[in-house]
Design a protein around this ligand. Structure first.
Ligand SMILES: [Zn+2]
Length: 314
């Protein structure tokens, strides 16, 4: 079967080094198998992800030499590739889950969820306590008068897991470790978990390469694949890039953003140093994406988070 990898960022600003590493790994992992690359813009939060950022991102990827075969400007019949244009498709999947009796409205405020929830997970997410799971029809009607509900999926007391292509075995108990999770927010925005599953399946993605911060989303997504009767892709989660001080990268770290890097470094300098950080370029020597194809192997990439040494990109 042909490999289709995908890069699916949420452009809420210029790309930073963490996004670039993702784009590079997606591209290398697919191209090394003579596969195709798909680009999808995860702009469900349209206020945070205006179109000018995604258009800039498309120019930036081309500047870096990370091309795509399917996506904006290259529709192979599986588009549109902007999630903001796919809400009817997500609605249809939601109806499928609703017909199975697995969806219920949740009227909890954020404060109520935190007050009623089980102890927080390590990553700061809370396990929803199921407060609204057993509301009666009358209670739902009453609450609906004051507040639009979010929609949640009932999760089973079952272990769901998978073997990641890079990180190895990962599994969790959906009810105990995750809880009934959101499918649609109270403001009508579809949840990432639902949209990403529906899109990857509809777009023929066979290989998902993404940061290790999404490792614990994967059991939920596999459960959705199962419920929707879809075939899941294989997954490769890669370690996160951290600042020299060990913090997660953010847009506040100006020096790691492409707007700053682009003024100082040509694309092969940026890619060569990124590949050096991820240990598949033996030195920080400049290399194009095409040149890195010969060097790349998942076995070389570390599993622990990677600190960017001060000075490497300055
Ligand atoms: Zn609730």
């Amino acid at each position: 079967m042909e490999t289709v990898g995908r890069f699916a960022p949420s452009p809420s600003g210029r790309l930073h080094l963490g996004n670039l590493l993702c784009a590079l790994l997606v591209w290398l992992s697919a191209r090394q198998k003579d596969g195709r690359v798909l680009l999808r813009v995860e702009d469900l939060d349209t206020a945070r992800c205006p179109r000018r950022y995604s258009e800039q991102m498309e120019r930036d990827l081309q500047w870096l030499g990370l091309d795509w075969d399917i996506g904006p400007g290259r529709d192979n019949g599986t588009g549109p590739y902007y999630q903001s244009q796919r809400t009817e498709i997500y609605q249809a999947a939601l109806e499928t889950l609703r017909e199975k009796g697995l969806v219920y409205p949740c009227f909890c405020t954020r404060a109520e969820i935190h007050a009623a929830s089980a102890p927080h997970r390590e990553d700061g997410q809370v396990v929803y306590a199921g407060t609204c799971r057993h509301l009666t029809a009358a209670e739902i009607a009453e609450k609906s008068r004051n507040r639009a509900p979010a929609l949640r999926l009932i999760t089973p007391e079952e272990r769901w897991g998978f073997t990641d292509g890079h990180m190895g075995r990962y599994e969790e108990n959906l009810a105990a470790d995750c809880g009934d999770f959101l499918l649609r927010r109270s403001d009508g925005m579809f949840a990432y978990q639902l949209a990403v599953v529906v899109d990857d399946a509809a777009m023929g993605v066979t290989e998902v390469v993404r940061g290790a911060d999404l490792l614990d989303s994967t059991p939920r997504q596999l459960y959705l694949y199962h419920l929707l009767g879809l075939t899941p892709p294989v997954f490769y989660h890669f370690p996160l890039l951290l600042t020299a001080e060990g913090r997660r990268l953010s847009k506040r770290d100006g020096a790691v953003g492409l707007d700053s890097l682009q003024d100082r470094l040509p694309p092969e300098e940026i890619l060569g140093r990124l590949a050096f950080l991820a240990r598949f370029n033996p030195s920080a020597a400049p290399k194009t994406a095409a040149e890195l194809l010969a060097d790349f192997a998942w076995e070389k990439v570390p599993r622990q988070d990677i600190r960017i040494p001060a000075g490497l990109f300055c």
